[in-house]
Design a protein around this ligand. Structure first.
Ligand code: ZN
Ligand code: ZN
Length: 275
């Protein structure tokens, strides 16, 4: 296993307080050679975080400090670990312009990045953070008129994220493409959505993008499954889409967690990074 390419830090408002250096030391202790910090980029300024505690991302005022801290660690540990600094960027339909402005500003500093959908707009125009809690997920399902429309809205938004014009620094890796299943043991999938999911994977292929193979779902008590499922990983593998492993750690101890379950797959480093 070369590395962990989906990692959060103390800058995330909903994660542990472990410092970035603790993540680095844990990666080295685990024998990894690469680590990508992908902190949640601040949400667009004109967007109100719908999560009940408004803690979905890092603070806008801390972006420079995060990058600086990453660069210091990059130098300090350059003989032990290749550290990439980047962001997990939210794709929110209707906010593409502001998202691109962020990427245009900080892209030149980024070594890696992930594009993810966590926020969906219901027919009544209200937004939901679909992975926040079981209760919020239930509220979202009600607002969308059921689980089927909610699932379809999620895949629709993911498809738009792949196709969106977000400029030169648009992340090429699509995050946890089955996050909508985070609470599947409480809210069983209403259908298999295989066709929709395969279509998404096909457009990821067409764009030359890569897939975040994310072990976090394994440890979510109501999910217990890797994002995406083994069946979809196999489909992506058949299409030769780069599969990039990520733990989505929000605490240092989570680095590389569950990666032994990925041993059957041919995993790759993110594209465009120097090996
Ligand atoms: Zn997070
Ligand atoms: Zn995410």
């Amino acid at each position: 296993m070369p590395g962990d390419f989906h990692v959060h830090t103390q800058y995330c408002q909903h994660g542990a307080d472990d410092k970035m250096e603790a993540y680095v030391l844990q990666a080295i202790a685990k024998g990894l050679t690469h680590l990508s910090f992908t902190e949640h980029a601040p949400l667009p300024e004109s967007f109100t975080d719908p999560a009940p505690h408004h803690d979905s991302t890092m603070d806008r005022n801390k972006v420079e400090a995060y990058i600086m801290e990453g660069k210091t660690l990059q130098k300090k540990y350059k003989n032990d670990l290749q550290i990439n600094i980047g962001f997990e960027v939210d794709y929110i339909r209707g906010y593409e312009q502001e998202t691109q402005t962020f990427l245009d500003t900080y892209g030149p500093e980024m070594d890696d990045g992930i594009l993810s959908v966590h926020m969906l707009q219901a027919p009544d125009k209200s937004f939901f953070c679909i992975d926040y809690s079981e209760e919020e997920f239930g509220r979202a399902a009600d607002a969308f008129g059921g689980l089927t429309p909610l699932y379809l809205a999620y895949y629709n938004s993911l498809t738009s994220s792949v196709e969106a014009e977000l400029g030169l620094f648009k992340p090429k890796r699509i995050g946890h493409i089955t996050l909508i299943q985070k609470f599947q043991l409480a809210y069983p999938k209403p259908a298999d959505f295989l066709e929709v999911q395969q279509h998404l994977i096909e457009i990821i292929k067409k764009k030359g993008y890569e897939l975040d193979v994310n072990t976090a779902g394994l440890y979510k008590p109501l999910c217990k499954e890797i994002y995406p499922s083994a069946e979809l990983i196999a489909y992506a593998e058949k299409l030769d889409i780069p599969l990039v492993p990520g733990s989505d750690s929000h605490a240092a101890a989570g680095i590389g967690k569950g990666f032994e379950q990925l041993s059957a797959y041919s995993l790759q480093l993110p594209q465009g990074l120097h090996i």
